[in-house]
Design a protein around this ligand. Structure first.
Ligand code: SF4
Length: 377
């Protein structure tokens, strides 16, 4: 089979090195009722077997694809659950080069002094903590087992181990969450002093217990409350010195996530692990969401089962435009094409601005990014 990295639509095989690498670890201690990622529970020995398979996939992929990763993102799932010996093998194999930014997603309860020191020694520079809320009622609704105390302890432990780049993931518009509770969570998160805060609006993803509860009328969505919470987020975080550089992401100067910026710019990326997606040139493929089959195929010396999606330049450009409009950099003004009237109208309404050759949406405009993108494609 031809290398996954060859671009069949290109004039010649693309050998541009890939700059972004994602690794999906599907294990979690428990499954949260709102989560639609490919995740499941597993024992330490299953995690070790999974890492064996992952290293086989990496061996195959790195033979075919030129990778010079600037960013490595260890996500999931909960990769911080991996036993240290397995994590060590993974990190050592993935670090033939020095990634500029290596991020590890961690559940607050999995952060121990010995793990934190080992992660740091193994090249992890950035930890993204799945906090979601610092209100015990909201954490209960979300099915999260950790407490606000666990979060504080995790941050201190990471600081003691030398981490100077910590992200805190938060969720708003959770059923039953009041604007006052969200405001308190934001204030307490700021007080923890992370370099980066991601604040996502909860979405009801298909096939989750949350989705079913909404379909049954147990929960309803309140768009006005979500907008109010988004505005509160912007006001409090910008006021505390964080800059909104994407609709859901805020960072101290110089601490924006380079990995996510790579996605939003439409750069190529490689994903390893069950359920992981890769996009190279005009090809996109996704490993099947099936850890057992993933392990079986790689143990037998075969490719993991995958689904392919052919892309067109037009589709990739549309994705870049939509993602770009959600960022504070915006899009090159040339992408607006013949639709400068629409851009001017948005500018007059205070939803967009043209400057330094770029068109960008204002924080209010970003709320409407999906609809506005339709004006330019
Ligand atoms: S910890 Fe994160 S990845 Fe795991 S089930 Fe909960 S939301 Fe999903």
């Amino acid at each position: 089979m031809a290398s996954e990295c060859l671009d069949p639509a290109g004039p010649a095989p693309s050998r541009r090195p890939i700059r972004h690498l994602y690794v999906h670890t599907p294990f979690c201690a428990t499954i949260c009722p709102y989560c639609a990622f490919y995740v499941h529970t597993g024992s330490a020995s299953e995690m070790r077997t999974f890492v064996d398979a992952l290293l086989r996939e990496w061996e195959r992929v790195s033979r075919d694809c030129p990778v010079e990763a600037e960013t490595l993102y260890l996500g999931g799932g909960t990769p911080s659950l991996l036993p240290l010996d397995a994590f060590r093998r993974l990190a050592e194999a993935l670090h033939p080069w020095e990634a500029v930014e290596t991020t590890l997603e961690a559940n607050p309860r999995t952060v121990t002094p010995s793990k934190a020191v080992a992660w740091r020694e193994l090249g992890v520079g950035r930890v993204s903590l799945g906090v979601q809320s610092l209100d015990s009622d909201v954490l209960g609704t979300l099915g999260r087992r950790h407490t606000a105390e666990d979060v504080k302890r995790a941050v201190w432990t990471l600081r003691d181990a030398g981490f100077r780049n910590i992200n805190v993931d938060l969720l708003f518009a959770v059923p039953g969450q009041s604007p006052a509770s969200w405001q308190r969570t934001l204030g307490e998160a700021i007080a923890l002093g992370p370099e980066h805060i991601s604040a996502y609006e909860l979405t009801f993803e298909e096939d989750t217990p949350f989705f079913k509860a909404r379909a049954a009328g147990i929960w309803t969505e309140d768009e006005n409350r979500s907008i109010e919470m988004y505005r509160t987020t912007f006001r409090l975080l910008e006021g505390a010195g964080y800059r909104q550089y994407e609709i859901s992401n805020y960072a101290r100067p110089g601490r924006a996530s380079r990995h996510n910026q790579g996605y939003w710019k439409g750069n190529d990326y490689l994903g390893l692990g069950p359920g992981a997606c890769s996009t190279v040139g005009l090809r996109r493929w996704q490993n099947r969401r099936d850890t057992e089959r993933y392990i079986a195929a790689l143990s037998a010396g075969q490719e993991p089962p995958r689904e392919q999606e052919p892309l067109s330049e037009e589709l990739r450009q549309r994705e870049r435009l939509l993602l770009g409009l959600r960022t504070s950099d915006g899009i090159p003004a040339s992408w607006i094409g013949g639709n400068s009237e629409a851009a001017l109208a948005l500018t007059r309404q205070g939803l967009g601005e043209l400057s330094e050759g770029n068109f960008r949406l204002t924080p209010e405009g970003r709320l409407l990014a999906d609809g506005i993108a339709g004006l330019f494609v």
